[in-house]
Design a protein around this ligand. Structure first.
Ligand SMILES: O=P(O)(O)OC[C@H]1O[C@H](OP(=O)(O)OP(=O)(O)O)[C@H](O)[C@@H]1O
Ligand SMILES: O=c1cc[nH]c(=O)[nH]1
Ligand SMILES: [Mg+2]
Length: 218
């Protein structure tokens, strides 16, 4: 499994992540969603550079041009809810892609422990496809593990790109160990050191689903 950390050099990506994290900017949910979309576009562009390509001929008003373009069959998948704006950004660049959606959420017990629940999955056949799996937060890694395994019941992708904007080191270690031999590339925005007692990333950004779409009741 390969891992790419995109924030190793300063770029607009770090500006967008800084805005996602900033509790004052977070009061504007539209900007929060828009920044996740913009980050999705950046990841899509970076992923496209790693794909196989084919030469196509393009008729212009003055002649015929040739262009080498990525030619993999892409399925963009996201984990509800927080994955949706990131999905939207990736899809705006891979605009010919098919799409898959999986629900996963933390159900807390009275003692602050939680289980991840998957109740919904809608996916095309994934055999031979390039699957781009979007979830902005990689905390313990439990959600992505369950979602990855749930999606594999829909076929065997040729390659899987997992995209996460803010990850914890523990989550990265967990996914790398779980998928060490799988045809998977992990794409990360930033990696934070800590997870708190509720398994939230510190400093992180808070609850991405709530920030994008509002608080939910249990
Ligand atoms: O790595 P983990 O420890 O599993 O945590 C990460 C998960 O937590 C968030 O979803 P959440 O459960 O908050 O659902 P939401 O998007 O509906 O808010 C996030 O979008 C991930 O799916
Ligand atoms: O820090 C975290 C961990 C899980 N889910 C989030 O939205 N944020
Ligand atoms: Mg949430």
């Amino acid at each position: 499994m390969q891992t790419h950390l995109l924030s190793t050099q300063p770029s607009l990506l770090s500006r967008f992540i800084a805005e996602l994290r900033d509790k004052d900017v977070q009061t504007d949910p539209m900007r929060f969603r828009r920044n996740l979309q913009r980050i999705g576009e950046i990841f899509a562009y970076e992923i496209s550079k790693t794909m196989t390509s084919a030469v196509i001929e393009v008729p212009t008003p003055l002649g015929v041009a040739t262009e080498r373009v990525p030619d993999e069959e892409v399925v963009v998948a996201s984990v509800l809810r927080a994955g949706l704006p990131l999905h939207d950004g990736v899809l705006s660049f891979f605009d010919r892609a098919s799409n898959a959606f999986v629900s996963a959420y933390r159900k807390y017990t009275l003692t602050d422990e939680f289980n991840i629940h998957i109740e919904y999955i809608a996916s095309p056949n994934l055999d031979g496809k390039t699957l781009i799996l979007c979830d902005p937060m990689l905390a313990t890694g439990s959600s992505i593990e369950l979602v990855y395994n749930a999606l594999l019941t829909k076929g065997h992708p040729a390659h899987v790109h997992i995209v996460s904007v803010v990850a914890s080191q523990a989550g990265v270690d967990y996914v790398q160990q779980m998928l060490s031999d799988a045809p998977v590339t992990l794409w990360l925005g930033v990696v934070d050191e800590e997870l708190n007692a509720k398994a939230y990333i510190v400093p992180g950004l808070g609850d991405a689903g709530d920030l994008a779409y509002g608080k939910k009741v249990d």
